[in-house]
Design a protein around this ligand. Structure first.
Ligand code: IDP
Ligand code: MG
Length: 139
């Protein structure tokens, strides 16, 4: 059965460009409920751990540097079929390939600075949500 939560981060480019409010509005309008949210800045260690699955990829160093370059907004979101529906809402990794109306099409700068993260599976949604938020701080 499809899970009810996903995890997101508004990446440093979104926060820096002042898109936080507009992106959260789109997320709410698409039917997601905010269960937990925090503005924070990732340490190098946190970013390395969060993206550990990409450690062997050529862009890993650039990704870690970018994700630690400024504040982000982390959130847990709830909706039926949350993971899949959120991936549809954010669009393809490369904004040049993202569908019209998606968050990445509207707000991303590049394949690296691509505005927003979304979990890619129910298991990863649980792992990523727990990376940032205790169950006590989910509402
Ligand atoms: P996703 O965020 O759409 O799930 P992933 O393949 O999981 O995409 O990659 C994680 C993040 O790494 C991307 O969101 C993007 O910020 C960065 N990234 C992915 N591919 C590239 C690339 O080819 N060059 C630079 N950065 C990349
Ligand atoms: Mg991914």
């Amino acid at each position: 059965m499809a899970g009810k939560i996903t995890f997101t981060m508004l990446k440093p480019d979104s926060v820096e460009n002042g898109y936080t409010g507009a992106i959260l509005e789109k997320i709410n309008a698409a039917g997601f409920r905010i269960v937990a949210m925090e503005m924070t800045q990732l340490s190098k260690k946190q970013a390395e751990t969060f993206y550990e699955v990409h450690a062997e990829r050529p862009f890993y160093g650039e990704l870690v540097e970018y994700m630690t370059s400024g504040p982000i907004v982390a959130a847990v979101l709830e909706k039926d079929n949350a993971v899949e529906d959120f991936r549809t809402l954010i669009g393809a990794t490369n904004p040049a390939e993202a569908a019209e109306g998606t968050i990445r099409k509207l707000y991303a700068e590049s394949i690296s600075a691509n505005a927003i993260h979304g979990s890619d599976s129910d298991d990863n949604a649980q792992i990523e949500a727990s990376f940032f938020f205790s169950t006590k701080n989910r509402f």
